[in-house]
Design a protein. Structure first.
Length: 336
């Protein structure tokens, strides 16, 4: 008993154990956005195939590749033994969320690239001969409708898997009662969808401004083109309103599960219900990241106020704060 008491992670040590820095919240945040972009891209690819319309948001897969690479870079920085990362892919552990996530990430890249090939940009700053080759691949794919549908389904399915995985990665830690909930998977999924919609909303505004200023032929319009930026902006606001509403409901269920759970779960919940993480959670996540955008977007869609980028920016900030608070508060609370 003396040995267990003196050498285990006792209550004097365990609650203050801190193993993850800024890299993990950034990775979870960017991974969530990529998941949302894949789901939206997959949805519109399938919708375009059914309605024989051109996809309105072809730049989502391009953004997904770039953001996923940044997220993977942050994750790589967090690794203690960086040169041994290749060993993750020598086996597959069915019971390990990290193993599942590692393999999902490897499948995400080809799915995003395939979706990007479907609608290549009109011009690029460099590599025009390669772009011509990509266009020929795009024509070949479009001649095979079943292949187009397969690409859409792959992006949809892998986007859902990636979004849920980012939450399960935390939820699988039984020693952290603030994280130990299956509901974190859906929470991170819908948070990723809302931030992805917000990002596309912002890009639609940039595109609309370029057109209004007479720069429709600028490089940005060629690389990140839209059929109708105004249409994209309104659709993304409607999507985002739905995603934020669902996200708010899931947060409510998560909090109810904590406060109605065991004593240690209630103690962990106290970190955001009167403890040191209360202000960042309620002000940064609930008010700034959800309630304010819901109110502003509702007024904008009703035509009562002028449209601005503020709601989309607030959603992006709230998504990052959500992951930062959960990672930091979760590490500061543990089983006693």
């Amino acid at each position: 008993m003396d040995e267990i008491t003196s050498t285990r992670m006792n209550p004097g040590i365990d609650p203050t154990l801190h193993i993850w820095g800024w890299e993990i919240p950034v990775y979870l945040y960017l991974g969530g956005i990529v998941a949302g972009l894949m789901i939206l891209a997959g949805y519109h690819i399938l919708k375009a195939g059914q309605q024989q319309e051109k996809v309105s948001y072809p730049y989502a897969p391009v953004l997904g590749v770039a953001l996923l690479s940044l997220g993977m870079g942050a994750l790589f920085l967090d690794l203690a033994n960086k040169l041994l990362v290749w060993r993750l892919y020598l086996t597959f552990a069915w019971a390990s969320p990290m193993s599942w996530g590692s393999w999902i990430l490897q499948l995400v890249y080809p799915a995003l690239i395939a979706a990007a090939i479907l609608h290549p940009p009109e011009r690029v700053p460099f590599g025009q001969p390669l772009l011509e080759r990509v266009r020929s691949w795009s024509v070949w794919i479009h001649e095979r409708p079943r292949l187009v549908q397969l690409i859409g389904l792959a992006n949809l399915a892998l986007g859902i898997a990636l979004g849920i995985y980012t939450g399960i990665l935390l939820g699988a830690f039984g020693a952290r009662p603030l994280w130990n909930s299956a509901i974190l998977g859906p929470l991170f999924l819908f948070s990723g969808l809302s931030t992805a919609a917000a990002l596309m909303h912002l890009l639609a505004m940039v595109q609309r401004r370029k057109i209004d200023d007479g720069f429709a032929d600028a490089m940005l319009a060629g690389v990140f083109r839209l059929m109708d930026p105004t249409h994209c902006r309104h659709i993304m606001m409607r999507f985002d309103t739905s995603f934020l509403t669902i996200e708010l409901g899931i947060i409510g269920l998560w909090l109810i599960g904590l406060v109605s759970g065991s004593a240690v779960q209630q103690q962990a919940a106290a970190a955001i219900l009167g403890g040191p993480w209360t202000a960042p959670f309620w002000a940064g996540v609930i008010v700034v990241g959800i309630l304010a955008p819901l109110l502003l977007q509702g007024l904008e869609l009703a035509g009562r106020i002028r449209h601005t980028a503020i709601p989309a920016i607030l959603v992006l900030i709230g998504g990052l704060v959500l992951r930062w608070v959960l990672v930091e508060a979760g590490q500061a609370t543990g089983w006693n």
